[in-house]
Design a protein around this ligand. Structure first.
Ligand SMILES: Cc1cc2nc3c(=O)[nH]c(=O)nc-3n(C[C@H](O)[C@H](O)[C@H](O)COP(=O)(O)OP(=O)(O)OC[C@H]3O[C@@H](n4cnc5c(N)ncnc54)[C@H](O)[C@@H]3O)c2cc1C
Length: 199
């Protein structure tokens, strides 16, 4: 069996390695010590297509696939583990929206997450719901044009800086099922600073 990477992927790997060494490494220690938030790196990573491996071109991705995504993650994590997390925060909600969102939501949210203009977030964890996601208590109730969210989330990366992403809540907790199911009363709420929509 041939374990060599195809040429296209070695180029992706090299791009991510060069980026990590030139753009991240020089300031990594200083940024860490001084708690500096590097939105500029998110924008640069977005413009290089680092967040778009799992999404097709029509929504701003490049369809390079999971292996490309893993290689980019590996190269960035090698230099700075926390900057690597941006791949989760941008690609994570984008993939969820791509999988479950409607056409309008995909067009509205995904391109900005992939090009790094929108800082991403996904909000699942609660004080009493970590690994056991179904234990979450947050509810979302339709109110006029929006939703009234009621609950407490913790550990939400980018919570103070996010522009767009996905918040998990129950619209009908009586339908709760222990097993993963699309009919279990849980909803994903696409979040943008100004409004929230269900999908
Ligand atoms: C730096 C950081 C950033 C994070 N960012 C986000 C974010 O952006 N969005 C978000 O929603 N959440 C985020 N989280 C939360 C993270 O996803 C949770 O910490 C995780 O889901 C685990 O939940 P918990 O900490 O409550 O641990 P618990 O679920 O209480 O688990 C504690 C321990 O028990 C083990 N365990 C749990 N269930 C079982 C089982 N059934 N069988 C055997 N062992 C089990 C676990 O492996 C773990 O070792 C973040 C956490 C950290 C530390």
């Amino acid at each position: 069996m041939d374990f060599e990477l195809p040429e296209e992927l070695t180029e992706v790997q090299k791009l991510a390695r060069d980026f990590s060494e030139k753009e991240i490494a020089p300031n990594a220690t200083k940024d860490d010590k001084e708690h500096i938030f590097r939105k500029d790196l998110v924008t640069k990573m977005g413009s290089l297509g680092f967040f778009g491996c799992l999404i097709p071109e029509e929504y701003g991705g490049n369809s390079l696939g999971f292996l490309a995504h893993a290689l980019i993650s590996e190269e960035i994590a090698r230099v700075h583990s926390a900057i690597r997390v941006y791949l989760n925060m941008q690609a994570g909600p984008a993939v969820t929206l791509f999988e479950f969102g409607n056409e309008e939501q995909k067009k509205q949210y995904i391109p900005g997450l992939l090009n790094g203009e929108s800082m991403g977030l996904f909000a699942i964890t609660e004080p009493d719901a970590g690994s056991d996601v179904a234990a979450m208590k947050t509810t979302a109730k339709r109110e006029g044009q929006g939703y009234l969210l009621n609950g407490t989330k913790i550990w939400i990366t980018n919570a103070t800086v996010a522009d767009a992403g996905v918040i998990f809540a129950y619209t009908d907790r009586s339908q709760r099922q222990p097993a993963r199911s699309r009919q279990d009363g849980r909803a994903c709420l696409a979040y943008r600073r100004t409004h929230i929509r269900e999908f």
